[in-house]
Structure formats: structure tokens, C-alpha cells
Design a protein around this ligand. Structure first.
Ligand code: SF4
Length: 253
């Protein structure tokens, strides 16, 4: 088994152990047989009405609480903590620089993200890249990008509260390990989760919030800007606010 597969497999097995899930017996199996064995482990049968697994957020927080970025990614790739694991093609963990100064948090993967495993691709992704470039940022160098949910809600429906609750420990740990100087929440779900308030996005934007001491700016999701170009003026004002926050971080450094 190559080292990368071995590492991902070890993270998967460790996660199962910590979550108290049934053993996967590998003794005496070759790689093909072992992977077939894992594939046969019964998955939870859940529907949109299924309750979240009991204690899932607390369990997951314990599992990921001391992981580094690579281990956290492996844990996310193996995660089956909510119903969204059943229909996904890919877990969409993150893109960009894990040491970036700015961390952008969106809502959830769409169809293209699910197909590619990369957040913010397609038209909305290109618009996000243009918005970042307008303020001198790029996902290849200075920005790290992820979503609140790592798996696609079917039909691009809104995330459900229990799904956000199940996935939140991954994002919390992601923010801890990336340790950005500035956070940007795009779209209402990400903005509300990061700010910790239920106000509409239009009421949250236009001011600098704080997430655990990290300056936080919220703005519209690029997909919303594509649907409603009239919001572009407000999004541009948000980007200018982001620039001022980054300048403030520069001055403090
Ligand atoms: S959405 Fe999050 S909690 Fe649900 S299966 Fe995917 S990674 Fe796990």
C-alpha cells in the first residue's frame, strides 16, 4: 500500500475507533481485499428527515481537536457523520494556501464542486477569484477557501441545521490550524455561522465582526451576485472594507 493511501486509511480506521464504530478486520488481507472489506462496511441509512447522530458534533470535535491540516483533511475525506455523505461524489475540503492570510468560508459544495472536489469552481468560482484579485489577493498565494459543509446537499438545497452542527467541528478546527489574519464569510449561511447571529446577510454586512478574535467581514456569495448583479455595488463596498481590515492587520504586524 503506498504511503499516501496508508496514511488516509490509518486516519479512517482511527476515526472509526474513536467514534466507536464496528471493527474492520484486515488481518491476512491484501490491499484489494482490505479495500473491498471497507467498502462493505454497512453505511447508515438516512433520509433528509433522519435525526443527526447522537452527540455527533461533540464526538467529532474530540476526534479532530488535535489534528494538523493534513490529518484534518484525511478525517474529512473519511467522514460519514451526516446524511450528506450518502450522495456525495467528493468531499470538498478546501483549496488555496493553508498558510494564507485570508480565509474565505462559503456555504456548501454545488454540483461542480462535488464533481471536482474543489470549492468555488465554475462561474461563481471565477467571479470569486476576480473579486479577490481586485483587492490584490489570490487563492494560490494569500487565500485559503473552504465551506461550512464539506459535502453537497442534494439538489443544492439549503443546508439543514443538524448538518451544519455535524460538520461544524471540522470548520472550527480548520480555522484553528489555518489561523488566518482575516476571515471572509460569503453567503448568508457562512456569515450567520461565523458571526453567530441569525440576522439576514444584508443586516450583517458593512461592519467588521470578530470570530474568536479574528476580524471577520461578510458579503454576498458570488452565485448570488451572478443572479442579481444589482448587489455588485454592495459587494464592492464589502471588498473595500476587507481591504481596510487587511491594511489594519498589516499595520499591526
Ligand atoms: S457534510 Fe461534513 S459532517 Fe456531513 S458527512 Fe460531509 S464532512 Fe461529514
Amino acid at each position: 500500500m503506498n504511503p499516501e493511501v496508508r496514511s488516509a486509511f490509518a486516519a479512517y480506521l482511527e476515526q472509526r475507533r474513536r467514534l466507536g464504530e464496528p471493527d474492520v478486520v484486515l488481518h491476512g488481507l491484501d490491499r484489494r481485499q482490505a479495500l473491498a472489506n471497507v467498502a462493505q462496511v454497512p453505511r447508515r441509512i438516512v433520509s433528509a428527515d433522519s435525526p443527526a447522530p447522537a452527540g455527533s458534533a461533540a464526538d467529532l470535535a474530540q476526534v479532530v481537536g488535535d489534528l494538523d491540516h493534513g490529518q484534518l483533511r484525511d478525517a474529512a475525506l473519511a467522514c460519514t457523520r451526516c446524511r450528506l455523505s450518502d450522495g456525495r461524489q467528493h468531499v470538498v475540503f478546501a483549496d488555496g494556501n493553508p498558510e494564507g492570510r485570508v480565509m474565505v468560508v462559503g456555504e456548501a459544495p454545488g454540483a461542480r464542486e462535488d464533481a471536482t472536489g474543489v470549492p468555488f469552481v465554475g462561474q461563481a468560482g471565477r467571479l470569486l477569484d476576480l473579486m479577490l484579485a481586485a483587492v490584490g489577493l489570490s487563492r494560490g498565494e494569500s487565500v485559503y477557501i473552504c465551506n461550512v459543509l464539506k459535502c453537497r446537499p442534494p439538489g443544492n438545497r439549503d443546508p439543514l441545521p443538524d448538518e451544519i452542527g455535524s460538520c461544524a467541528p471540522l470548520l472550527k478546527r480548520q480555522i484553528e490550524v489555518v489561523a488566518p489574519e482575516v476571515l471572509v464569510g460569503v453567503g448568508s449561511f457562512a456569515a450567520r455561522w461565523l458571526v453567530g447571529e441569525n440576522r439576514p446577510l444584508g443586516k450583517l454586512r458593512g461592519e467588521v465582526h470578530s470570530y474568536q478574535g479574528v476580524p471577520l467581514v461578510v458579503t454576498y456569495h458570488p452565485a448570488a451576485l451572478l443572479r442579481n448583479p444589482g448587489l455588485s455595488r454592495l459587494a464592492w463596498a464589502d471588498l473595500q472594507l476587507l481591504c481596510r481590515v487587511i491594511d489594519g492587520a498589516n499595520d499591526a504586524a
